[in-house]
Design a protein around this ligand. Sequence first.
Ligand SMILES: [Zn+2]
Length: 418
Amino acid sequence: MSPRLWAAGALVVLVVALIGFAAAVVPWHRAPAPRADQLAALGQLPADQVARSRAFHAELRPASYGGMVLGLLVALVLGLTPLGARLIELAGRPFGDHWLARAVLGGLAVVLVAELVSLPLAAWRHTVVARYGLSTQTWGGWSVDLLKSFGVGAVLGAIVLAGFFTVTHLAPRWWWAFGAAGAAGLVVLLSFVLPVVVEPVFNRFTPMPEGPLRTELLALADRDGVPVKDVLVADASRRTRAVNAYVSGLGPTRRIVVYDTMLTEATPGEVVSVAAHELGHAKDQDVLTGTILGALGSAIAVIALYLLGSWQWLLSLAGVESIGEPRAIGLLLAVTTVAGLIAGPAQSFVSRRVEARADTHALTLTGDAATFEAMQRRLGTVNLSDPDPPSWEHAMFASHPSTVQRMAAARAWARGDR
Ligand SMILES: [Zn+2]
């Protein structure tokens, strides 16, 4: 059997595994609460607040979608014309055209071009977010964040590109097998490492101070049977007024993080409600599920790239001989950008179902639908979320059920509709 036939077989096996795993672990049946409940919830929100959040999103949309379209265009130009390959040759020239220099420096050059082109739109988004008072950042702080995220991306990207092209260099026929295993392993490793290595680059995390709230949160976790060593507070207020909480990491790096803004903007009861939602993620092993889905997905992506590499027409557009050579980085960017846009709605759909399950967990654990609903209203108001966004936008991009869907779910739960 040829390597290509093996790759096709492995691809089929992995796709079946991904579908089977997703079918088994994603809570597909958690459809949103009845539309009538959603509309009733919407009717009870203050009209001026709803109007303000809608005006905010209307102003944000051109910059957001413009940025998306521009990112796609840059990727297509760098990937489907010889321009990307030319850029990578230039980046590797000072190092004697060595493949490793082309891989790392060429990759950075490609990403830098894409970042610089989309920079004006990112700045435009910041002006809107700042004008509505959601961002507390000056241009200085905003620029520092931008440089930090480019730095983190550069380090991670350099590791990934150096690893990938070392494998394609050493095993030109079988790189897809090593690459797929490496990509899956990297996703698992990052799940452990990102919370403790990357998150602190952007925020300071301190244990929540002793007091009634901390005691109550730890008691809640105890009652839920979820081992939590600590509840951390992130200094999000130096960047935003938005409130949030999340759970990240696996095993010993698992932590529940509450934004400091949450402690000043929300009541203690609402913080407990949010923490109960986060405990739901921990109890249902949502981070682990996401990691396994991500690992399978990235292994599939590597093999699909390998198979796509036998498409001569695509290679000739990019002016490269093989998809496994560093000059093809632009083509890799184009293919992954398009694949990301196509996979986005499916990922969002899965995420919304998982979030709905965590909401039900919070309701069951606290038994307090009224506070849960008040918390959703608070989250929506402070974060300027559109409580009932256009359905196409919700389907394409929303990672969480909308505010009115979450309020309606609490009402249905209180009625005994579980
Ligand atoms: Zn959640």
